[in-house]
Design a binder for this molecule. Structure first.
Ligand SMILES: [Zn+2]
Length: 83
């Protein structure tokens, strides 16, 4: 597994954390399935470079795959062109 490093300067001294406002910041894909038992919001984590201050964001990849998948019994495709 590759050691994460700063996308700006290449430094490997990254500090992990979250991005915050008055609540948790989530990523929501534009074109997602309608989920009956869970939301389409994906948790976001962050790393800040200890050398230059560059901050990078990462989304929960497993949640994205779950949202995009069609094998989940509670996933129902939301139709954009209603009859
Ligand atoms: Zn850096």
């Amino acid at each position: 597994m590759n050691t994460p490093c700063c996308l700006s300067c290449g430094n490997a001294d990254l500090v992990s954390g979250t991005m915050q406002s008055t609540g948790t910041i989530n990523f929501r894909p534009y074109d997602v399935k309608f989920m009956t038992f869970r939301t389409a919001d994906i948790a976001v984590s962050a790393r800040m470079c200890g050398k230059c201050g560059c901050i990078t964001l990462n989304g929960n990849l497993e949640k994205l795959k779950l949202i995009q998948g069609t094998d989940s019994p509670e996933a129902v495709t939301a139709s954009r062109s209603a009859p």
